[in-house]
Design a protein around this ligand. Structure first.
Ligand code: C2E
Ligand code: CA
Ligand code: CA
Length: 565
């Protein structure tokens, strides 16, 4: 009775009329308006929802079944329960639920769905409502008082046809996080507001300014601005910011970096490309040392992308059982009689384009931590190889390079000992090579590792000696079994008498400490002759043999050696 009275005073809109209204509103809002017709079991939503969500259409029947397709699996039950409740209750007239829909890529997106139920004689007739994305980036930002990223996206939609002439200048505060942590969020907000003011004062009419993420701003000049003009603008902002810092007596020491992107350098003029390339430019500016600008150059981006692709490929290969990785072996000979002592294991990586050298991919493996599994892999490969070579040369040794990342971030001693046991190789036949350069950074870990490996009887080589610091006291403290003299030192010694004497002195000193010397990178007969006078204990270099795959190694070095032995 009560409900009847409620409906009597108002004229009910028909569902068709509501649909027409939704169509009318469609261009005016980013939200999605809908009407759910309970009686006809039909659903109608703003057509632009189709561009965003995995909907069967914007107009469909079979509401529960079809709606389930767009709702994130974990949230389906909640939604269905709520709709059931509306249908079974005689008086509930509102729906307000925060849950997830799937976007066109199948990713869950948080939405808030609010609706008003209209009842006819107690029965739910239809529900009209609105869905908005609660996680969507803000259009405007109340801290800086500027428009936000989605406004920038809208603005750029006006430029899909003709590419404008001008530039994007993406600015990023260099040390904003530390300001927030040290001086508090309110202070951080004040700095952002000041920054926004400063930029606003520096830009001229016709240029557009947006705040994109927390501490980044975008200036757009579509007025024919050149790289020089962009650079001038960046510098004027930097000067104004310096002044602010000074006026604040350096309480907050904040600097700004700028990435400049010329419109004509953007291959595909779209919002996502512009965001990607401008972000790259800003990152480059920061990598160059911060508080500076960088002008986008396609060549730099290609290098960056190549590295990124290589990183992805390496990650995939490691996950795929090291597919694409290979071990090359370079022979090491006794200097005394020229017989084969063993080999150094060197990593190689193959992509569809060809072989990649360690100089290119080892730093990536180190940066990503992938060197830990890859290092373990080469260790096992090398030990199995040594075991096989020992069938012909019983004392055959294998040298394995270990990176400092492995030393600091993995249980390398356990890995080594387990591998030796599983491959049935004696510790004395494994030489672990570590470079001098990383030693300083990882002192504590390094010393512990060194001591443990020595106790177990694994041999240790100090690699690349003569490249960096060459701190002689390390030799005395660490007492490595072998010092590997780097090729650059060898080359210098051959060309220069002073360096040669130095090398000779070093060689004597090393001998006094009862350490062995391996000279690396001997390429020519002349080099070999000169080096022989030192004399080193071991020689390694292209002259004696290049690194090669296992089969080639056996073919070249083992068959002959087998006859000698
Ligand atoms: P490294 O340990 O100093 O290895 C010796 C490098 O010198 C090898 O380069 C070898 O091919 C090269 N070489 C040998 N003889 C000659 C010569 O006569 N002339 C010239 N010009 N070069 C010669 P490669 O294989 O490109 O390896 C480069 C570096 O990559 C290695 O330097 C090592 O630091 C690193 N690396 C290679 N494999 C591994 C690995 O499995 N783990 C780790 N952590 N690093 C590795
Ligand atoms: Ca080495
Ligand atoms: Ca070396």
């Amino acid at each position: 009775m009560e409900e009847k009275e409620q409906n009597m005073g108002q004229e009910l809109l028909t569902v068709d009329a509501i649909r027409q209204m939704i169509d009318l509103y469609n261009p005016c809002t980013d939200d999605y308006l809908f009407v759910l017709d309970f009686q006809k079991d039909a659903y109608y939503i703003s057509p632009h929802a189709l561009e965003r969500f995995r909907l069967p259409g914007y107009n469909f029947h079979g509401v529960m079944k079809n709606l389930a397709q767009v709702v994130y699996e974990k949230d389906r039950e909640t939604l269905m329960a709520d709709l059931d409740d509306i249908l079974s209750s005689g008086n509930r007239d509102s729906h307000n639920l925060i849950y997830r829909w799937l976007n066109t890529e199948g990713q869950p997106v948080w939405i808030n769905c609010r609706g008003r139920v209209t009842r006819v004689e107690g029965q739910a007739a239809y529900m009209v409502g609105c869905i908005n994305e609660i996680g969507r980036k803000q259009k405007a930002d109340n801290v800086s008082g500027l428009l936000g990223e989605s406004s920038l996206q809208l603005f750029l939609q006006n430029y899909t046809e003709a590419i404008p002439d001008g530039y994007f200048l993406r600015l990023g505060l260099d040390n904003f996080k530390s300001i927030n942590t040290k001086l508090g969020i309110e202070y951080g907000d004040m700095v952002l507001r000041r920054m926004a003011d400063i930029i606003e004062q520096c830009v001229h009419d016709g240029q557009h300014l947006y705040r994109i993420v927390a501490d980044e701003f975008m200036i757009i000049d579509f007025d024919g601005g050149t790289a020089e003009k962009a650079s001038e603008l960046y510098r004027s902002i930097r000067r104004a910011l310096d002044q602010f810092v000074e006026e604040n007596h350096y309480e907050a020491f904040v600097t700004v970096s700028g990435g400049i992107l010329l419109c004509r350098d953007i291959p595909k003029f779209s919002f996502s490309q512009i965001m990607k390339l401008s972000e790259f430019s800003l990152t480059q500016a920061k990598l160059l040392g911060r508080n500076r600008e960088y002008l986008f150059i396609q060549k730099d981006y290609d290098v960056f992308m190549k590295r990124k692709l290589l990183t992805q490929a390496l990650r995939q290969s490691v996950a795929d059982g090291f597919h694409g990785f290979e071990v090359y072996y370079q022979p090491i000979f006794f200097n005394s009689d020229g017989s084969l002592c063993g080999a150094e294991a060197l990593m190689r990586y193959h992509t569809a384009e060809g072989m990649v050298m360690p100089g290119e991919f080892i730093p990536i493996l180190e940066e990503t931590g992938l060197i830990i599994p890859a290092g373990r892999w080469i260790l096992y490969e090398a030990l199995r190889f040594a075991k096989r070579m020992q069938e012909t040369i019983p004392d055959f040794r294998v040298n394995v390079n270990i990176s400092y990342v492995q030393v600091m971030k993995s249980d390398i001693v356990d890995d080594i000992m387990r591998a030796l046991e599983e491959c049935d190789v004696e510790p004395k036949d494994l030489v672990i090579e570590l470079t001098e350069s990383g030693l300083i950074e990882s002192d504590v870990y390094f010393t512990r590792l060194w001591k443990q490996l020595k106790e177990k009887g694994v041999k240790l080589a100090l690699d690349d000696f003569g490249t960096g610091y060459s701190n002689f006291h390390y030799l005395n403290d660490l007492r490595p079994d072998i010092i590997k003299i780097d090729r650059s030192f060898t080359v210098r010694a051959i060309a220069n008498e002073y360096e040669y004497n130095l090398l000779s002195l070093l060689s004597g000193m090393v001998r006094n400490l009862e350490l062995k010397v391996c000279v690396e990178g001997v390429e020519t007969e002349e080099e070999k002759e000169k080096i022989a006078l030192l004399p080193p204990d071991f020689s390694q270099g292209y002259y004696y043999g290049r690194p090669c795959a296992q089969d080639a190694f056996e073919e070249q070095f083992i068959r002959g050696a087998g006859k000698q032995a």
